[in-house]
Design a protein around this ligand. Structure first.
Ligand SMILES: *Cc1c(COP(=O)(O)O)cnc(C)c1O
Length: 407
């Protein structure tokens, strides 16, 4: 059977809504349109009941002991902002130091920059060449002024899965709050806020086959009780932590998506590992000079991030434009810098520019993976034919020792 193009392999950017999720949502746009805050009639009660069922499912997915620990937001950007700013403001008399990492999502990094302007001190922990944060570095960075540590569960570019349980042990022992941006790993790799001593966690529906514009912040209610200062006032929704009329259809979809992650997540992951490994095997056996970015062992099931030496990322993306992927190259992102994540791992500009992130997901097939492998292999070969650098490399010249003329 011929594959249908375009082929979507950018599941880290967003995922399609699972048809089962859409089915669950539809009635909440019209027949069950009530405001979950309406206490005086059946429309309100129906909406409120749907919201609490979703809260339970999401709590179950992340191992929260109380559904009231799930606070709905517009997504993970808002949840990240709420966690960092909310904790900073509430605990500012206790200390002004926050620890995070250089490979966090911009929702964390830009929030930290804002907090620095307001007088907070932020330590940005480095990563090793495989994109891993070390728990020891977290321990060493903690001072008596530290109020919060924020480390992501899994990185959105290179898919590295961080040692959350180890870090949680340390932060709990030191009496420091621990936040994790868990967006990319939820339902795909083990994550449990109780077992891992996580105090706050950000998640979003659209990275797990739910709709866009709905997410949540997990805020621990006991052992220890975490407090945050609300960033949005008006009406006192969400236990006073986030005012605003709830997006009921979104929340219903989020809950259904969470339920599907519980039932199908492990099976999905197994399938994705097989597809991902097949793609990697084909690329590395049928091409030379393919560099893996990020740890192989501690990696999201659907993530493959590789750099093709002697090939430009933009040229590659153009050549394979029937395949929807991302590149660590500058021109594909809003910023002018090549990927700061690859940079932090010590990967040079050339290889960062030639990196491609394949993000596989629930609806990809083996036929698609083979189609993509065939296409990438032939295009990389074609682009390399035209590359003088590749010519020199084939002649045995060590490019790292070449003295280039200044221009
Ligand atoms: C997508 C993403 C976000 C932002 O989530 P939104 O719901 O789109 O705001 C935050 N963190 C990580 C790691 C992400 O991948």
């Amino acid at each position: 059977m011929a594959v249908k193009t375009p082929i979507y392999m950018d599941y880290h950017a967003t995922t399609p809504v699972d048809p089962r999720v859409l089915d669950a949502m539809l009635p909440y746009f019209n027949e069950k349109f009530g405001n979950a805050a309406s206490r005086s009639h059946i429309y309100g009660w129906t909406a409120e009941e749907a919201v609490s069922t979703s809260r339970e499912k999401i709590a179950a997915l992340i191992g929260a002991s109380n559904p009231k620990e799930i606070v709905f937001t517009s997504g993970a950007t808002e949840a990240d902002n709420m966690a960092l700013k909310g904790v900073a403001e509430f605990y500012k008399d206790k200390g002004n130091h926050i620890i995070t990492t250089v490979i966090e999502h911009k929702a964390i990094l830009d929030t930290c920059k804002r907090l620095e302007k307001e007088g907070f001190q932020v330590t940005y922990l480095p990563v090793d060449e495989k994109g891993m944060v070390s728990a020891e570095s977290v321990e060493k960075a903690i001072t008596d002024k530290t109020i919060l540590v924020s480390v992501m569960l899994a990185n959105n570019e290179v898919g590295t899965v961080q040692p959350i349980a180890e870090i949680g042990k340390i932060t709990r022992a030191r009496g420091v709050l621990f936040h994790s941006d868990a967006v990319q790993g939820i339902g795909k790799v083990p994550f449990n806020v109780e077992a891992m001593n996580v105090d706050l966690a950000s998640i979003t529906a659209h990275k797990m086959y739910g709709p866009k514009g709905i997410g949540a912040l997990y805020v621990r209610r006991s052992r220890p009780r975490v407090r945050i200062t609300a960033q949005m006032d008006g009406g006192g929704h969400e236990f006073g932590m986030r005012s605003g009329t709830l997006n009921v259809p979104g929340i219903v979809g989020f809950g259904r998506a969470a339920e599907l992650m519980i039932t199908d997540g492990a099976e999905d992951a197994k399938k994705l590992v097989a597809l991902r490994d097949h793609l990697y095997k084909r690329l590395t056996t049928e091409l030379e000079s393919v560099n893996l970015n990020g740890s192989w062992e501690h990696r999201l099931p659907g993530n493959l991030n590789v750099s093709f030496s002697f090939v430009e990322g933009e040229a590659m993306l153009m050549a394979i434009k029937d395949v929807c992927v991302s590149s660590g190259s500058a021109c594909t992102s809003a910023s002018l810098e090549p990927s700061y994540v690859l940079h932090a791992m010590g990967i040079g500009d050339d290889l960062a520019h030639s990196s491609i992130r394949f993000g596989l997901g629930r609806f990809n097939t083996l036929e698609e993976v083979d189609y993509v492998a065939d296409l990438v292999i032939s295009k990389v070969n074609g682009l390399r034919e035209m590359s003088p650098l590749y010519e020199m490399h084939k002649e045995g010249i060590d490019l790292s020792t070449v003295q280039w003329a200044a221009h």
